[in-house]
Ligand binder design. Structure first.
Ligand code: 3H9
Length: 708
């Protein structure tokens, strides 16, 4: 028998243990091992029933995702995949009990559903998350799940991709019992109870499938919801089609339809992109010169300086993770305002059912407001979130250096400023680091962790690990202006404004990018964030602008008219009292007038040009950042854009997207824009080099700014 699967016995109960750490994925050898064990069990007269269980921390977390590339390329025969094994389990004359702990995901749940009974530990999670990888269940999941849990639940799980906990799985018929205490012992007891009973095959159950009349409304509503909530993604709709097939076709034919849809999704650019994202989210945690074993500083208490929108949000993030946090402001009115915003945010979360009132009450107790630095001497970490200005930040850091204990981490939430200059005012630059949260800090998943020249490895390792505890995805970046995200965002927004100045409408620019999959168009984002923010920064840095280089002007002109965006009721759009955007012809007229004054010729601009100019502006700057080493890998940039800037996950991030288009094509287009628009479009040397060599960003391995 394969090393990955063991067969043992407890009297008349056979125990099949799957041991393929870390998550017992169905890698080559695992299905074969299970099949061999089932064959033994079928033939062994002394065995009355069997338990299948996962060794280590989990049941089976699904197919081995690393194998998918082989399936795509045909190096691994696609055939019927796991289906024959699952039929073999179902056809076994002895009852098979699947014992679930940890996660039974994807192929893991499909395996479990082929058993005759399922028991689970109370904390177990059960799901068909394939859509998050751009595919659908491919081993009968869309056919067996509706037979156990009903059509509506199956759609919710297969198209939504979110898992259910053991108690919910029990309630909807996916599992038969929750086992408190030792799972294996409980599963063996359960197996003794049911030994000798008829082996009920899931594939032969039909009562939960409902009637055509009942189902048509469910399918229509599910499709509408998928189109809205998973906009642009093909897998959720394919998953719904596959579940529908379960209600209309006999089991085997339904499985064939599922396989067809599975293959279609697997071969799509969307699934390649989403699998890149899955591994990318894990890759960003790996810092070549900061190994896993690096010592860490325990962070059991924290303080935040500044109770504005960012500071308040950051305090909530710590409190939500159970870490007590001091929240300091300079005056009582600002502190009260900050606290009332925090309470309001929590109240909204309770209203929306995200948190219970008890949870919120506990969290609020963890946030201790203060006007002084008293207590700062005890905390393990401080996040400074005061107004974005170097002089003020330096003053705060000098003060923190005086009051905080040796060994406390001093972090700045700056989004643009030089972290080394900030660190230079302290006696401990090795304990200074950037933690750039994104607004709203309590919601957005991204945390850019900015490595200063002297930030110690312990401080980096601690902050990276802490990001997980805070529910964030931490990406280490180097210390350049705007770091990675905002540095790329600048040319992206610049192009969107240029396009409007050249004749595109505000709505056409935003619609092109929204339809591409961005959460919002760039101009609408400007209105949301406040156009005055960029305007102020540009005014501060005007002396750095090179003469003769075109600058976007329309956004700044709108600010001069008091149109700062949503907060003033008008920016690129007008806003009603519910902050709904309304196209404003006045903006079109104003921009046309300003363009005429500046001598900018007007023309028809295609959607294609809008997309290429905005997205390739991101890519070209991303290539520079990568080459200069301010991001460790192309995937780090992708993860930043997906989690902080609303880039569509099914396109894998800007760098992956460019690789998908082909760097040669991207480079040619950038050169074309350079000919038309001048030096702002000078191709990044790395883009030119990779394009000429026929390579991709994913092939490029470098990184110095973020590594040392
Ligand atoms: C499927 O099943 C299709 C079917 O319908 C069958 C069709 C025929 N494969 O996340 P972690 C690695 S599709 C390969 O850090 P956690 C992961 O990369 C699949 N590798 O741990 C990492 O490696 P490294 C459906 C996998 O405790 C290490 O394991 N299933 C797989 O935070 C630890 O992972 C899913 O989509 C895999 N399936 O979370 C489940 N899973 O250490 C995907 C993990 O080198 N997995 N790895 O970076 C998960 O959601 C989480 O990993 C899990 C554990 C919740 C299981």
């Amino acid at each position: 028998m394969s090393d990955l699967v063991q067969l043992t016995k407890d009297d008349a109960i056979a125990i099949v243990t799957i041991n393929n750490p870390p998550v017992n994925a169905l890698s080559p050898g695992v299905p074969e091992g299970i099949s061999e064990a089932i064959e033994h069990i079928s033939k062994d007269d002394n065995v009355k029933a069997a338990v299948v269980i996962g060794g280590g921390r989990t049941f089976v977390a699904g197919a081995d995702i690393k194998e998918f590339e082989k399936l795509r390329s045909g190096t691994k025969p696609r055939g019927e995949g796991m289906l024959p094994l699952l039929a073999q389990i179902e056809d076994c004359p002895k009852p098979i009990v699947m014992a679930i702990h940890g996660t039974a995901f994807g192929g893991g749940l499909e395996l479990a559903m082929a058993g005759h009974y399922r028991v689970a530990a109370p904390e177990a999670q059960i799901g068909q998350p394939e859509v998050k990888l751009g595919i659908i269940p491919g081993a009968g999941g869309t056919q067996r799940l509706p037979r156990l849990a009903g059509v509506a639940k199956a759609i919710e799980m297969c198209a939504g991709g979110n898992p259910v906990k053991a108690d919910e799985a029990l309630g909807c018929g996916i599992i038969d019992r929750i086992i408190e205490g030792d799972l294996l012992a409980g599963a063996v007891r359960f197996a003794r109870e049911i030994a000798g009973r008829p082996t009920l095959k899931t594939r032969e159950r039909g009562v939960s499938l409902g009637t055509a009349e009942q189902n048509s409304a469910i399918f229509a509503a599910a499709r509408e919801s998928a189109r809205k909530k998973q906009r642009g993604m093909m897998a959720p709709l394919a998953a719904i089609d596959a579940v529908e097939a379960a209600t209309k076709l006999p089991f085997e034919k339904g499985c064939r339809e599922e396989r067809r849809l599975f293959a279609e999704c697997l071969n799509s650019d969307q699934s390649k992109a989403l699998i890149h994202v899955f591994f990318g989210e894990r890759e960003v945690a790996k810092i070549p010169d900061v190994p896993k074993e690096t010592a860490q500083i325990p962070v059991e208490s924290a303080a935040v300086v500044g109770a504005g929108t960012m500071g308040g949000g950051i305090a909530m993030v710590f409190a939500n993770a159970g870490i007590p946090v001091l929240l300091k402001e300079a005056d009582q009115a600002a502190l009260d305002q900050g606290l009332s915003k925090i309470r309001k945010n929590y109240a909204t979360s309770v209203e929306r059912g995200r948190f219970t009132q008890e949870f919120v009450d506990e969290r609020l107790k963890l946030i201790q407001p203060t006007l002084r630095y008293d207590g700062f001497e005890r905390v393990d970490m401080v996040i400074e979130a005061v107004f974005e200005g170097m002089a003020l930040k330096k003053e705060v850091f000098a003060q923190l250096d005086r009051v905080c204990k040796a060994g406390a981490i001093l972090a700045s939430n700056t989004s643009t400023l030089d972290i080394d200059e900030i660190a230079s005012t302290t006696s401990r630059p090795d304990f200074v680091i950037g933690t750039h949260f994104f607004s709203p800090a309590n919601v957005m998943r991204l945390l850019e962790i900015v490595r200063g020249k002297k930030s110690s490895k312990e401080v980096i390792a601690t902050t990276m690990q802490l990001s997980k505890k805070l529910g964030k995805i931490g990406v280490l970046v180097g210390n350049c202006r705007g770091f990675v995200g905002n540095r790329m965002f600048h040319p992206y927004v610049r192009e969107s404004v240029f396009l409007v100045e050249e004749g595109a409408t505000v709505e056409a620019v935003d619609k092109a990018l929204y339809d591409f999959g961005m959460a919002m168009g760039p101009l609408a984002v400007g209105d949301l964030a406040g156009l005055d923010v960029g305007w102020r920064i540009r005014k501060e840095y005007r002396h750095l602008e090179k003469p003769g280089i075109r600058q976007a002007m329309a956004g700044d002109r709108l600010c001069e008219l008091g149109r700062y965006g949503q907060k003033t009721g008008a920016g690129w759009y007008k806003y009603d009292e519910k902050r709904r955007a309304i196209p404003d012809p006045e903006v079109t007229n104003l921009v046309r007038q300003w363009a005429a004054e500046a001598g900018i010729p007007q023309r028809q601009i295609s959607t294609n040009e809008i997309l290429d100019r905005c997205v390739y502006a991101l890519v070209n700057e991303g290539a520079r950042i990568l080459e200069e080493g301010y991001a460790l890998r192309a995937v780090d940039i992708d993860i930043i854009y997906l989690n902080g800037y609303g880039f569509p996950s099914y396109r894998g991030g800007p760098m992956w997207f460019a690789d998908t288009v082909g760097l040669e094509k991207v480079y040619d287009r950038v050169c074309e824009f350079q000919r038309q628009h001048g030096s702002l479009w000078e191709p990044a040397p790395l883009l030119a080099q990779l394009a000429k060599q026929g390579l991709s960003f994913a092939d490029f391995k470098a990184g110095h700014g973020a590594t040392a």
